[in-house]
Design a protein around this ligand. Sequence first.
Ligand code: P6P
Length: 337
Amino acid sequence: MNVNRRVLTLDEFTLQQLRHIPNATGELSGLLRDIGLAAKRVNVEVNKAGLVDILGDAGSVNVQGEDVKKLDIFANDQFTGVLHHGISCAGIGSEELDEFVAFDDTVSCQSKYVCLFDPLDGSGNIDVNVSIGTIFGVYRRVTERGEVASKEDFLQKGTQQVAAGYIIYGSSTMLVYATRRGVNGFTLDPSIGEFTLSHPDIKCPPSGKIYSVNHGNFFQYEEGVRNYINICQNKTKATGGPYTQRYIGSMVADVHRNLIKGGIFMYPGTIDKPKGKLRLMYECNPFAFIVEVAGGKATNGKQRILDIQPTELHQRTPMFIGSKDMMHELESCTGDK
Ligand code: P6P
């Protein structure tokens, strides 16, 4: 290995980006550093979750006699804590909390951003050792700095995100984030405890051969979606296939793989749940922002995800996201432009 290879850490990279942004204050870099710190703490617990399960269900007492919190709650506390004690975040909305939390201390009220996150998506997969993740979106507050943040700061369209990203706790732990300048991936180097730039300038391939959907709900999907799935199953070499179906039930892992390799991820509405399962504010908007910056597309089957005007913090939306050519073929089946 070339020991002299200069590898940028997350902090070095975000500070370098400042040079391209006139009047930048460094607050966004600070917020991303805070998220990276929380991610490292969550990573430690996720990596030993199996051990805790052996010694008793999460939520029990571990060998040191410490109360073990459910990992979702632990992750929520870590991200909420670092963002509250940083200088860049005026408040948060979390999948784990019924209402948004506006921080009322003086420093936080002066902060420029608010953050929406799912602290540990797919946590049901922990006990079977499937990759899980954290998803986040960052917005510039619309209320006056100095005031306590309020509802309109947290219910902005996805187009208003200034940054979005995810952490995937998998075979390695990666932090991927996007600003309008691009998408970059950082792999945690445990030997130095730093996220280091490993995937610069990620682009979503315009097409791919992977389609991701829960076939168990097939007969509950609308006809256009079923027609597209049938097309995917019948692709041949002559028609750009054959395709492969990959769906592991962890959105961060499925969308990350399709972002890197090309592909389409679908969580459609069903007869029972027309709005689907996934949450707009802290699952779909962040991924839609990331994939669009990388050259892909994301819709709810009718309109661009990022254009949806939110009305509730935990509202759900159908989600179709991935390589633009595959999204266009889906739209030709569903009649949506
Ligand atoms: P289903 C995990 O619970 C999650 O929210 C996403 O990470 C994942 O893509 C989806 O639900 C899986 O849902 O209904 O296919 O099991």
